[in-house]
Design a protein around this ligand. Structure first.
Ligand SMILES: Nc1ncnc2c1ncn2[C@@H]1O[C@H](COP(=O)(O)OP(=O)(O)O)[C@@H](O)[C@H]1O
Ligand SMILES: [Mg+2]
Length: 351
């Protein structure tokens, strides 16, 4: 090993201290502290624009932090970025394949970047077999491949030099549900069988839940919660009942039922200026947070139908999930934040 470059022996594959990135006056990543264990799958979950890609870019040496530091596989990314690049693999959310070339030609370019010499072909064939990619059809250009096959090829290329840590930025974005599930299995398999530490970003709730041993939820460049999926769900502290009523009724009757934690009305029904009489005839949607939905539901239905028969239209039970964690912490659903960003962008683009 080059003795000018010092690797620190540590238990964690990635350590960030107060990692920050500003673009002009905008704080894209805001003083992040993170520790990721070797061999784990760690997820950064957050809406578009939260700062996930910027974190990955700093950890892979593609952009320099404005302040704070990061140690990846024992190396400081700011001081030893070339060493870090040897040890990590990166699957971008953007297209990196050359559509006019074949799989092997794309892989060959990647092998040159990592100076793999003559052994590249053997490694390529082994990985392609592992991912059930057709290495024999040498004439087919990757532009003709399906999105799922292209993604598998990108992962093959990222693993060619046997990295210890694999960064995957939105690995299943734009894929259909079936292909997404196939990719999830593949990501788990790579982690278990190759022992690769994986840091992935996603805005898909289910993806974070299914894949990640540990998670950090990111909003506006900050980590707003962290832990395993189970730990995060426990933060919600109850089930959510979403109940549609044909018309308004006096809510005080349900407030005192044992196990009811909180009652929220859908925004539209709360308009203060609305006349009391108008309100009474309107349908009503309630979000009721309860300790345990199955236990409380019979008492709740009884109490309501005793005073107002046939008033309940539908009931939906939502067990704590990562979406409700985000909702609890930010007051919005992840998709709503995406929409807001899209709207802002659209307004900006139109001037
Ligand atoms: N090169 C850049 N120049 C200016 N602003 C940027 C740049 N890259 C990202 N941003 C801004 O930083 C914020 C975080 O972006 P990003 O890390 O891409 O979020 P995510 O990956 O979570 O969608 C966004 O508001 C984005 O517009
Ligand atoms: Mg991104």
């Amino acid at each position: 090993m080059d003795d000018k470059i010092k690797s620190v022996k540590i238990d964690h594959a990635i350590i960030c201290s107060q990692l920050t990135k500003t673009y002009g006056s905008q704080l894209a990543v805001d003083h992040i502290d993170l520790k990721i264990k070797y061999g784990s799958i760690f997820g950064l979950l957050g809406p578009n624009g939260a700062g996930k890609t910027t974190i990955i870019k700093m950890l892979t040496g593609l952009t320099t932090p404005s302040c704070g530091n990061a140690i990846v596989a024992g190396y400081d990314v700011a001081k030893d970025s070339s060493k870090v690049k040897e040890i990590i693999g990166w699957v971008s959310s953007e297209v990196i394949l050359d559509d006019s070339l074949t799989s092997m030609e794309n892989i060959w370019i990647q092998s040159k970047l990592h100076n793999l010499g003559k052994k590249w072909k053997e490694k390529a064939f082994t990985l392609m077999k592992y991912f059930e990619l057709d290495g024999g059809d040498e004439k087919k250009k990757v532009g003709q491949f399906s999105t799922g096959t292209r993604k598998k090829l990108e992962i093959t290329m990222a693993l060619l030099h046997e990295p210890k840590i694999l960064f995957m930025d939105e690995p299943t974005i734009g894929l259909d549900a079936n292909t997404r599930r196939l990719l999830w299995n593949l990501i788990k398999k790579i982690n278990k069988q190759f022992g690769v530490t994986i840091l992935l970003t996603t805005h898909y709730i289910e993806e974070a839940d299914v894949l990640c041993d540990n998670l950090a939820i990111i909003s506006h460049g900050k980590i707003i919660a962290r832990g395993s999926s189970q730990e995060l769900k426990a933060m919600v502290g109850g089930d959510l009942l979403e109940i549609d009523f044909f018309k308004f009724f006096d809510l005080s009757v349900i407030k005192n039922i044992d196990g009811v934690i909180e009652i929220r009305q859908e925004e539209d029904d709360k308009k203060e200026e609305e006349e009391e009489d108008d309100k009474k005839e309107k349908p009503l949607k309630l979000f009721i947070k309860v300790k345990d939905a199955e236990t409380i539901l019979p008492a709740l239905i009884n109490t309501i139908t005793n005073i107002q028969p046939n008033i309940i239209k539908s009931i939906r039970i939502e067990k704590p999930n990562l979406e409700s964690v985000f909702l609890e912490l930010t007051g919005m659903r992840i998709n709503e934040v995406d929409e807001n960003i899209d709207k802002q962008f659209y307004t900006k683009a139109r001037g």
